[in-house]
Design a protein around this ligand. Structure first.
Ligand code: NAD
Length: 348
């Protein structure tokens, strides 16, 4: 099994290094690693944020562990050369259409949530966001109207195959958890959403054990902060999922804690923390590596079918937190290396 390690920019390489130490400690037979440059680091070395050799490694690998991309030195570059294009390119080239973001609050971190602790501690959900379609990928531009005014437009669309495949990921994720799926749309206003809802209902016939509900996105945003405990798995489109998953993550504590997976149709995936390259703290040892360590656990569970090892990592993270490991974003003074050490001590 080949794992591509793409550290990227800023704190990316620092947090990926800690995840690698945790993976090494598990001594998993047949796992090997190759590293490559991506993002600003790749641009500086070779003139492109996603060079052919990096894309080739990503394609050959069974799974990809990704840090983050983004470098202030590259902010003035043309859009297609900016570091962030690397992650968009990987999603597109590898057909990673399903983004899974678990949002679960470790009880020890109840104070880190933007919500009251008694509400925050109820959160234990996964948001399944479609990643390859919707208004982000439709025709777009700025045109001039008949009366000479500028008008921006972005076309929103989903075809039934795109909805069906992400709905299946939603139902499968629910089957592996609490068997509750909430599909989020705006079917009262949008034709795209009405088709989305119709197709999700069609797919539900194959999953009679899953309790399916539907919610308009405005209500879902409200319910996420009012009563997040009601959700098990939420499935939604690219635009709504972008917003709701960030909202859910802040309800569940620090940005340094939250992992994610982006999967293709064959469980190959790219695993990354939800945070960016954090240039403000890069190189200072202040990054919290737990989101990346938890992303490595997701990688073992979803792409390598090693759920026992994934459970072991998640348990070690919980024990490290219970034992008082706190990086600066969690109100403590532990360095990235200290946090990695704390997890390693609890891993057995
Ligand atoms: P960011 O997530 O990098 O940082 C936001 C804030 O959170 C900063 O104060 C940072 O110090 C803190 N933070 C983030 N991760 C942390 C961690 N692991 N431990 C402790 N603190 C942490 O977001 P930003 O500042 O908006 O973006 C910085 C760069 O990252 C930009 O170039 C942006 O485009 C890029 N970005 C990349 C990705 C990605 O690679 N998938 C995602 C988001 C942003």
């Amino acid at each position: 099994m080949l794992i591509a390690l793409l550290g990227g920019d800023g704190i990316g390489p620092e947090v990926v290094a800690e995840a690698r130490r945790v993976l090494d400690a598990l001594n998993i037979d047949g796992l090997h690693y190759e590293e490559a440059l991506v993002g600003g680091a790749a641009y500086k070395a070779s003139g492109h944020p996603l060079p052919p050799e990096t894309l080739d490694l990503a394609k050959r690998a069974d799974a990809i562990l990704f840090g983050a991309v983004g470098d202030p030195d590259c902010d003035a570059l043309e859009r297609h050369l900016r570091p962030e294009q690397a992650i968009l390119g990987l999603r597109k080239e590898l057909n990673l259409f399903a983004n899974l973001r678990p949002a679960k609050l470790f009880p020890e971190l109840a104070d880190a949530s933007a919500l009251r602790p008694e509400v925050a501690t109820q959160i234990d959900m996964v948001i399944v966001r479609e990643l390859n379609g919707d208004v982000y990928f439709g025709e777009k531009g700025v045109r001039t109207t008949a009366d000479g005014k500028r008008e921006g437009y972005d076309i929103m669309s989903y075809n039934e195959d795109e909805v069906r495949r992400i709905a299946r990921v939603g139902f499968e994720t629910a089957m592996a958890r609490g068997k509750k799926l909430c599909s989020v749309d705006k079917a009262n206003v949008l034709e795209t959403s009405q088709l989305w809802r119709d197709v999700v209902i069609e797919v539900s016939a194959d999953y009679p054990e899953v309790a399916l509900s539907h919610m308009y996105v405005d209500n879902a945003a409200m319910q996420l902060v009012r009563n997040p405990g009601q959700f098990d798995v939420m499935v939604t489109g690219n635009l709504f999922g972008d917003i709701l998953s960030d909202q859910a993550s802040m309800c569940a504590g620090s940005i340094g804690m939250l992992p994610s997976a982006s999967l293709d149709a064959h469980q190959k995936g790219l695993y990354e923390p939800i945070h960016g390259s954090a240039p403000d703290i890069a190189g200072q040892g202040k990054a919290n590596p737990l989101a990346t360590i938890l992303s490595a656990a997701m990688m073992l569970r979803y792409s390598l079918n090693l759920s026992g090892e994934a459970d072991a990592i998640e348990a070690a993270v919980a024990k490290a937190l219970a034992g008082g490991a706190r990086s600066p974003d969690l109100g403590g003074t532990h360095s990235a290396r200290d946090m990695g050490d704390a997890v390693l001590r609890k891993l057995n």
